[in-house]
Design a protein around this ligand. Sequence first.
Ligand code: ATP
Length: 237
Amino acid sequence: MLRIRNLEAGYRNLRVLRSVSMHVNMGEIVAIVGANGAGKTTLLSTISGLVTATGGEIDFLGRPIGDMAADKIPFLGCLMVPEGRQVFASMSVEENLILGGHLIQKEGRKVVQAMMEKQYDLFPILAERRSQYAGTLSGGEQQMLAMARALMGRPTLLMLDEPSTGLAPLIVREIFNIIVRLRDEGNTVLLVEQNAKAALEVADRGYVLETGKVILQGASEDLLQNSDVQRAYLGRE
Ligand code: ATP
């Protein structure tokens, strides 16, 4: 579904991604793990068209998107939930969801409504809070809303940037259980995480990014057993 070859990207004089190659198959959860500053967010931003690639190729559903404008890419079904959620704080939960539904608006109100009900089924707490301002939700609820808002656009590929940031372990588990449910229902998820353990425990495959390079890749259970990964990212000796 997503295939990246020798991708190079960065900011002004700063080269961040160095010949990154990776792929995501339909129906998988793929985790990108790595330390702070490894280039994980830059990778998602480059796929989304927010950062311009300076080299390499990005194909989504067999189509090159490396030069495509950031506002076109969501319409192809490639959607990112940014780090720090960025929900619209002074709008209600429901209004945030309606905004997410603009990608499917042309299919009619009934379709948007049905999609909203689907989100309330997946995230019952959002149904309870539907009239509440998004800014008054807890961090975990805001993460759920940001995910639900993206899901309203019926993405073919959902990209999540650090969904665990700032959340208590119990809430992280809840969010990751939802990610697994999404995959089990046929969705495809590209998950960027500093919390390597939580991410690899739910992912099918993973890539370890270090200073902008993929240094390891493989099945998640193999990465979890890998002694370098354990030492550097899982806090085990
Ligand atoms: P984090 O977990 O902190 O988000 P990350 O792995 O996602 O880390 P990036 O945010 O992609 O890493 O950052 C990679 C490098 O690019 C860092 O050195 C960072 O300082 C730099 N960088 C990120 N965003 C910008 C920007 N908008 N302008 C200039 N440099 C940036």
